[in-house]
Write a protein that binds this ligand. Structure first.
Ligand SMILES: Cc1cc2nc3c(=O)[nH]c(=O)nc-3n(C[C@H](O)[C@H](O)[C@H](O)COP(=O)(O)OP(=O)(O)OC[C@H]3O[C@@H](n4cnc5c(N)ncnc54)[C@H](O)[C@@H]3O)c2cc1C
Length: 475
């Protein structure tokens, strides 16, 4: 099967759109749904302008984790003597770091191409835009096609937001896309934004040898997390030689990223000029919902520009659904995937909603910071009574074997029952360990199930038993 069908000359098919069972606008997470419907014999089209595998495997999650892993290897080289490995000559070759990432991306894209081919879902390459109810015009290379879906799913994702700070856009800052394509180590990288995108890349580039300064306007890094977590990250960054400026507002930017940049900042009334060679912007996301003709389809946006959806991800237009980042769901691939399940089930007549779902979070620094369920600050602000246990990871054995004894596990359990309310880990493999607690929470297991489980020694999971044993008895 050919991947794309011919694009017709402009206007040819507007009054007679090609009819489909389902049209997906944007090859984001909903593409797997398209493949599955197509393999059941439905007529399905996915409209994509650039990344036929969506953002996650091409410019976001997988490439960043690939590069982060390379940086971890560099860090092991740096720490070699600690492990009894003689330090010899070694250096970071950024073109090779980038090529390893590109090779991985190419492999994943090839699998996606295959999935389109095998399922029979049609990939229509081009820029899509609504021209009427459930009707999308696709433009590419000067030609257009018009597709109408019985069902349409909007899955256009989001892009890095560049705030309207004077001089910022003119400085041509990198976003994660360019940062993940670097073939050189920046001399001094300034990272705007202390959220997960900024922090992961800040640590990676530091480990490759760049001087790094992180600038965050809130008064803490990852400021939605508890203060002990953001403080632990700050100490990690300090120990790795990353400068952190919190509570810092950038008023004006001068210069050009890649050459020389000057940030004019204020912090608590004091002015400071922060200079660097390169600038990375990681201050938030803008949904890709502008210029796609939503008004022609009767699809409304909210005040922040996200597609307005209800808890079943129905938009304001009959037959049109929206999933993932563009629908204002938490910006994670696993949430995009769950959104797709919500739409799939509702279309099949099974009631499923987005409300009340557990949203796992993992920051892939080294060590990782992961959380599921309530943080302490959320529990307090919502007036939920809890029991707390917190242990350093040095309280169990695995971290000692790894020479990685920085970090902690923390849990909140209901004050009046054995229900687990939340878990935070700042530790090696925190994301994996969190998943164990997530499963226990999903299954409604009491915390005692983890406390009394026979867990392999010595693993990071074993620390969960140590943690839950430290929980105070019910009052
Ligand atoms: C650096 C970085 C690291 C990340 N790491 C993680 C991580 O480790 N774990 C995690 O869970 N999440 C991570 N995320 C978030 C995650 O990547 C996103 O939440 C996820 O990719 C969103 O998927 P989506 O389906 O909403 O859209 P996307 O995957 O972005 O797909 C949208 C697609 O629509 C296309 N499109 C848009 N408009 C049009 C149009 N008009 N016509 C045709 N095509 C169009 C786009 O080209 C794009 O391919 C990371 C994000 C970034 C930036």
């Amino acid at each position: 099967m050919k991947l794309t069908r011919g694009i017709h000359s402009k206007g040819e098919n507007v009054s007679h759109p090609e009819e489909y069972d389902v049209v997906v606008l944007g090859s984001g997470r909903a593409r797997s749904f398209a493949w599955s419907l197509a393999s059941q014999g439905k007529r399905v089209a996915v409209v994509e302008r650039r990344n036929l595998a969506g953002s996650c495997p091409t410019i976001a999650c997988a490439p960043s984790k690939n590069v982060i892993h390379g940086a971890k290897v560099a860090n092991y080289f740096r720490r070699g003597a600690e492990f009894g490995i003689a330090a010899g000559d070694w250096k970071v070759e950024m073109p090779a770091v980038r090529d390893r990432k590109r090779k991985m991306v190419d492999g994943i894209v090839a699998r996606n191409v295959n999935a389109y081919r095998e399922s029979g879902a049609e990939l229509v390459k081009g820029q899509g835009r609504f021209v009427g109810p459930r009707t999308i015009e696709v433009t590419a290379d000067g030609g257009t096609r018009t597709l109408r879906g019985n069902v349409v799913v909007i899955n256009t994702g989001s892009r890095a937001r560049i705030d309207s700070i004077p001089g910022l856009a003119d400085a041509r800052p990198m976003t994660h896309i360019e940062a993940l394509e670097l073939d050189r180590v920046p001399q001094h990288l300034l990272v705007l934004g202390g959220g997960y995108v900024g922090l992961e890349l800040a640590q990676a580039l530091r480990r490759f040898g760049s001087r790094v300064t992180v600038i965050e306007r809130a008064d803490a890094l990852v400021n939605r997390e508890d203060r002990d977590a953001s403080q632990a990250l700050r100490e990690l960054f300090h120990d790795e030689g990353i400068a952190v400026r919190t509570g810092t507002h950038v008023e004006r930017v001068e210069g050009r990223s890649g050459e020389s940049v000057r940030l004019h900042t204020t912090r608590g009334g004091a002015k400071e000029v922060i200079e660097g060679s390169d600038l990375l912007v990681a201050t938030g996301r803008t949904p890709n919902t502008d210029g796609i003709g939503l008004e022609a389809a009767g699809v409304e946006r909210d005040e922040r520009g996200f597609v307005k959806v209800d808890e079943r991800l129905r938009t304001t237009a009959p037959g049109v659904w929206a999933v993932g980042d563009c629908a204002g769901s938490p910006f994670f691939t696993h949430i995009g995937d769950d959104d797709v399940r919500v739409v799939r089930d509702n279309l099949a007549g099974i009631d499923r909603v987005t409300t009340g779902r557990l949203v796992p979070f993992c920051l892939f620094t080294d060590p990782e910071l992961a959380r599921i369920g309530l943080s302490e600050s959320e529990a307090r602000s919502r007036g939920i009574a809890y029991r707390l246990a917190k242990i350093p990871v040095a309280a169990f054995i695995r971290p000692w074997t790894l020479s990685e004894s920085r970090g902690f596990y923390k849990t909140l359990v209901a004050a009046d029952s054995d229900r687990i309310l939340g878990f935070t880990a700042f530790a090696p493999e925190a994301g994996e360990v969190m998943t164990i607690v997530q499963l226990a929470m999903t299954a409604g297991l009491p915390y005692t199930a983890l406390r009394d489980a026979i867990l392999v020694h010595p693993t990071m999971a074993e620390g969960l038993a140590t943690l839950f044993r430290a929980l105070p008895a019910r009052p």
